[in-house]
Design a protein. Structure first.
Ligand code: COA
Length: 260
């Protein structure tokens, strides 16, 4: 039997999804793209899940890219479909209504960096390397890399990574704003899960509001973005968690959020 391309486990309200093709450095073939899409659909709908951690199996790689041997045989039409398949899955990750943290435990190259960039927060081991090396294969990024890197880190960094194709180390990725934190490899799991636990204990509807405002705001003008934020701000006053959070502050106690 073919092993599942993913490992999925829950601890409390934190779900960890691990791409499980360590012998291929967790490269994304079509089966893995579809399994990830289904896993994020499921995590989005599961009310017990309040935060997702995404990582790669084994000590070497988060995800070393789209599967090069699978792409090698594709026709132009199949190439476009492969790109759309990856883009749709990654858009699903980006539009998750709960926070997703990429725990970058090694190489995040090509589709691996594209996948990490869809996550809402990125924590990298100090040993990790990230890049968009597609030009070295005569390719270009096809899962949103040129677009998301541009929005995340700007034109200079995007052209540097995508034109030169050379991976950069975690500290340079931090400097460019591509990752949020860099931690010693031995501490990666603990630091990431501590952050995930904090998010899982936070007010889910407030987190969702932030994610939606940032997603919408990243794709529209300031006037529409501000208007959308005001509407979301008004809506949050209908939640029990808003009453609980503000009351707990006044009463000098810790709030208990229920997601209602
Ligand atoms: N697609 C398919 N298979 C991949 C892969 C990818 N993106 N990246 C790694 N692999 C496979 C290798 O073919 C090898 O398989 P094999 O043992 O059956 O031959 C296995 O994973 C281990 O990789 P290997 O190259 O032997 O490891 P390494 O430590 O010498 O090098 C990398 C690591 C990341 C530098 C190297 O694997 C690499 O350059 N990968 C491709 C990165 C890339 O271009 N990604 C963008 C794709 S569009």
């Amino acid at each position: 039997m073919t092993p599942s391309p993913l490992l999925i486990s829950d601890r409390g309200a934190v779900r960890t999804i691990t791409v499980n093709r360590a012998d291929k450095l967790n490269a994304l073939n079509a089966t893995t793209l579809d399994a990830l899409h289904a896993a994020f659909d499921d995590a989005a709908l599961d009310a017990n899940v309040r935060c997702v951690v995404l990582t790669g199996a084994g000590p070497k790689a988060f995800v070393a890219g789209a599967d090069i041997s699978e792409m090698n045989a594709l026709t132009p039409v199949q190439g476009r479909d492969f790109s759309l398949r990856g883009q749709r899955m990654m858009r699903r990750v980006e539009k998750m209504p709960k926070p997703v943290i990429a725990m970058i435990n090694g190489f995040a190259l090509g589709g691996g960096l594209e996948l990490a960039m869809c996550c809402h927060l990125r924590i990298a081991a100090d040993t990790a390397k990230v890049g968009q090396p597609e030009v070295n294969l005569g390719l270009i990024p096809g899962f949103g890399g040129t677009q998301r890197l541009l929005r995340l880190a700007g034109r200079a960094a995007t052209l540097e990574l995508c034109l030169l194709g050379a991976p950069i180390d975690a500290s340079r990725a931090l400097q460019l704003g591509i990752v949020n934190r860099v931690v010693p490899a031995a501490e990666l799991d603990a630091v990431t899960h501590a952050m995930a636990d904090q998010l899982a204990a936070s007010a889910p509807l407030a987190l969702r509001g932030v994610l939606e405002c940032v997603n919408v705001g990243g794709e529209c003008g300031i006037e529409e973005g501000l208007e959308y934020e005001s509407a979301q701000f008004g809506l949050i006053f209908s939640t029990n968690d808003m009453r609980e959070g503000t009351t707990a502050f006044v009463e000098r106690r810790k709030p208990v959020f229920t997601g209602t």
